[in-house]
Design a protein around this ligand. Structure first.
Ligand code: HEM
Ligand code: HEM
Length: 184
C-alpha cells in the first residue's frame, strides 16, 4: 500500500505545528506578563523589553486568524482516514478531543479580545489600535479575562494530554498516528 496517501497534507501539517508553537509561546507570555516581578529583575526587564502584553495580544489575534484558516483548509481538503488497528471507541474519543481543541483554539483568543475590548486596552506598541468588539465595561472585562485564563489552562492541559497520547502511539504502540502528522 502507498503509505504517503495516508498522511496529513503538507499545509495541514505546517498549520498544526505552527499552532502548537504559537500556543506554547502565548501561554508562556501570558503567565510571565501577569506576574509582579521585582523591579530590575531579569524577568521584569524581559517583560518590558519585549512588551509581552502587547506581543500576547497581537500574537493571540494572529493565532485566531491561523485557526480559522486551518479549519477552512480542513473543510476543503479533509483529513486522512482512520487507522484500522485503532478501536472505534478510541477513534471516537480522538474525534471528540480534536473538536474540543479546535473549540478552545477559537474561544481562548476570542475571550482575550473581548476582555481587552471591555477593559478597554486596545492600544498596542504605543501606536496601533486593535478593533473593539464591544463598548467599555470594566466589571465585564474582569469576568471575561477570568474565563480567558481558565480556558487557556484547559486548552494547554488538553494539548499536553493529546501530545502524550501521540507519543504513546509512536513509542509504545508503534502505529502510524504520529508519522501521519510528521508526513512520513
Ligand atoms: C490561544 C491564545 C491565547 C492563550 C493560550 C492565552 C493565554 C493566556 C494566559 C496563560 C494568561 C495569563 C494567565 C495567568 O494569570 O497566569 C493570559 C492573560 C491575558 N491574555 Fe491571553 N491568551 C491567548 C490569547 C489572547 C488574546 C488574543 C488576547 C487579546 C487580544 C489576550 C489577552 C490577555 C490579557 C489582557 C491577559 C491578562 C489577564 C489578566 O490580567 O487577568 N490573550 N492569556
Ligand atoms: C498546543 C498544542 C497542540 C494543539 C492545539 C493540537 C491540536 C490538534 C488538532 C486540533 C488535531 C486534529 C487535526 C485534524 O484532524 O484536523 C491534531 C492532530 C494531531 N496532533 Fe496535535 N496539537 C498540539 C500539539 C501536538 C503535539 C506536541 C503532538 C506530538 C507530540 C501532536 C500530535 C498530533 C497528531 C499525531 C495528530 C493526528 C492525530 C490523528 O491522526 O488522529 N499534537 N492536533
Amino acid at each position: 500500500m502507498n503509505r504517503k496517501v495516508d498522511v496529513y497534507n503538507p499545509l495541514s501539517r505546517a498549520l498544526h505545528w505552527a499552532t502548537a508553537l504559537l500556543v506554547a509561546l502565548q501561554f508562556a507570555f501570558g503567565v510571565l506578563m501577569v506576574r509582579d516581578w521585582p523591579e530590575g529583575s531579569l524577568w521584569a526587564t524581559l517583560v518590558d523589553r519585549f512588551q509581552l502584553y502587547d506581543s500576547h495580544k497581537v500574537l493571540g489575534l494572529a493565532l485566531l486568524a491561523l485557526v480559522i484558516f486551518r479549519l477552512a483548509n480542513r473543510a476543503a481538503r479533509g483529513a486522512p482516514g482512520k487507522l484500522p488497528e485503532i478501536p472505534a471507541w478510541q477513534q471516537g474519543a480522538a474525534t471528540l478531543a480534536h473538536a474540543a481543541l479546535y473549540l478552545l483554539l477559537i474561544v481562548v483568543p476570542l475571550l482575550g479580545w473581548l476582555g481587552i475590548s471591555f477593559y478597554p486596552a486596545l492600544k498596542v506598541f504605543d501606536s496601533a489600535v486593535l478593533p473593539a468588539l464591544v463598548s467599555p465595561n470594566r466589571p465585564a472585562s474582569e469576568v471575561v479575562l477570568f474565563w480567558h485564563v481558565w480556558a487557556a489552562f484547559a486548552l494547554v492541559g488538553l494539548a499536553v494530554a493529546h501530545a502524550a497520547i501521540a507519543l504513546h502511539h509512536h513509542f509504545v504502540r508503534r502505529d502510524r498516528t504520529l508519522d501521519r502528522m510528521l508526513g512520513r
